[in-house]
Write a protein that binds this ligand. Sequence first.
Ligand code: 5GP
Ligand code: MG
Length: 174
Amino acid sequence: MQILIPADQIAHRVRELADQIAREQQGRPIFIIGVLTGCLIFLADLVRQLDLPLQIHLVQASSYRGAVTVPGQLQLRLDTLPDLTGREVLLVDDILDTGQTLSKVVDELRRRGAASVRVAVLLRKEGRQQVVFEPDYIGFCIPDAFVVGYGLDYNDEYRHLPYIAVLSHPSGRG
Ligand code: 5GP
Ligand code: MG
C-alpha cells in the first residue's frame, strides 16, 4: 500500500478547514451532519477543532461497490435526522467521487427546510465527477485511484489507518 497523504498533513489541513469554517460561521450555531460510515474519522477530528456551538447528526449513504469505482444503487437513510427548519447545516463526507451521493443528500436537506447547506469533504477525486456540484470546503484533491484509510474502507477494512493510502487490488485499478 502506498501512502498518499500522511497523518501529519491531514491533521494540518483539518485544522485549516476548521479555522475557515469557524471564521465564516462567525459564532452562529452550526448543524453538522456526517455521512456514515466514511465521515467518521474526519468528522471526529474536524469538530474537535471547531470553536462554535454545534450539534452532530448522522445519516447513512451507501452504494456498495468494494474497490470497483462504478457506483452501485444509492441507498440513503435520513430518518434519524431532527427537524432542520432554519438550521445552518454543514454536511461532512469523506470523498467526492462522482458527486451523486452528496448532491442527492444536499437536495434532501434543502427540501427539509435547512436555511443553508454547506459541504465539507476531505478528498475530491479528479476527473470523476458526473454531476455539477461544488463542495464549499475541500481537504485535498487526489488523482483517480482507489484510496483507503482515515475513515475510507475497502470491504469495511482499513478505516482505522491514520493516513490515506492507495490500495492496489486484484482488479488492477488504483
Ligand atoms: P459518489 O456518490 O461521489 O460517487 O460516491 C462517494 C462515496 O463513494 C464516498 O462517500 C465513498 O464511500 C465511496 N468512494 C468513492 N471513491 C472512493 C475511494 O477511492 N475509496 C473508498 N474507500 N471509497 C470511495
Ligand atoms: Mg460515503
